[in-house]
Write a protein that binds this ligand. Structure first.
Ligand code: PLP
Length: 233
């Protein structure tokens, strides 16, 4: 799609404006382009426009794309649910896994990460609002899980991610994201040196940046609307 480059530019401008409004340094928030359901050509177009980090939800779909684009130095992030039978694909093909929410999954990723690759960069997905989206570790189990994951040698714990339910307005969205930020700060106070708080999407990235996000995951605003979502992969 020829519209990708200007849309990418517009999203970068939104992030910068949000940073300035929040008194944060532009550049303190990374953009992850969420390319699920879009083909390798769309990813290549965004890459040519300067975007190097991409997020994918459906693991089987992602691996096809990763292989098709192996010639490009893209940093691939897994942002979809990781079932036990998919951990090997994630460990072998992705640089990041942002949706780890159980020790068992972390242990499998650790065992299956090929030794010739850098440790897999990991975020723990946290269920900050207890909403209908039930994925994610519960806040009161977060620190215990984080300490165990941080000890796994083939994983590098980088931070937290969350996908709160859509909020009715800016203030409500900020309140949810602030809950995540508070948990993130708590982990760091406990001695974990985490640098990544992944939150905010097309509709709510300003609120996420306001509340301390360091990485926004944006799909629709870059690639357009998604017509079909694979049921699972
Ligand atoms: C699809 C998805 C996004 C991007 O959502 P948009 O609203 O299209 O920007 C971000 N994070 C996760 C986990 C997603 O599944």
């Amino acid at each position: 799609m020829t519209m990708i480059a200007p849309k990418l530019q517009a999203v970068r401008a939104r992030i910068e404006t949000a940073c300035l409004a929040a008194g944060r340094t532009p550049g303190s928030v990374q953009l992850l382009a969420v390319s699920k359901t879009f083909g390798p050509e769309s990813v290549a177009t965004a890459f040519a426009a300067g975007q190097t980090a991409f997020g994918e939800n459906y693991i089987a779909e992602a691996v096809l794309k990763i292989k098709a684009l192996a010639a490009l130095p893209i940093e691939w992030h897994c942002i979809g649910p990781i079932q036990s039978n998919k951990t090997r694909l994630v460990a072998e093909h992705f640089a990041w896994a942002q949706t780890v929410d159980r020790l068992k999954i972390a242990q499998r990723l650790n065992e299956q990460r090929p030794v010739h690759l850098q440790p897999l960069q990991v975020c723990l997905q946290v269920n900050v609002d207890g909403g209908a989206n039930k994925s994610g570790v519960e806040p009161d189990e977060l620190l215990g899980l984080a300490l165990k994951v941080a000890a796994l040698p083939q994983l590098k714990l980088r931070g937290m991610m969350c996908i709160p339910e859509p909020a009715p307005d800016f203030a409500a969205a900020c309140a949810l994201f602030q809950r995540a930020k508070d948990l993130f700060d708590e982990l760091n106070r406990a001695g974990l040196a985490l640098d990544t708080l992944s939150m905010g999407m097309s509709a709510d990235l300003e609120a996420a940046v306001h509340s301390g996000s360091t990485m926004v995951r944006v799909g629709t605003a870059i690639f357009g609307g998604r017509t079909l979502e694979p049921a699972s992969a």
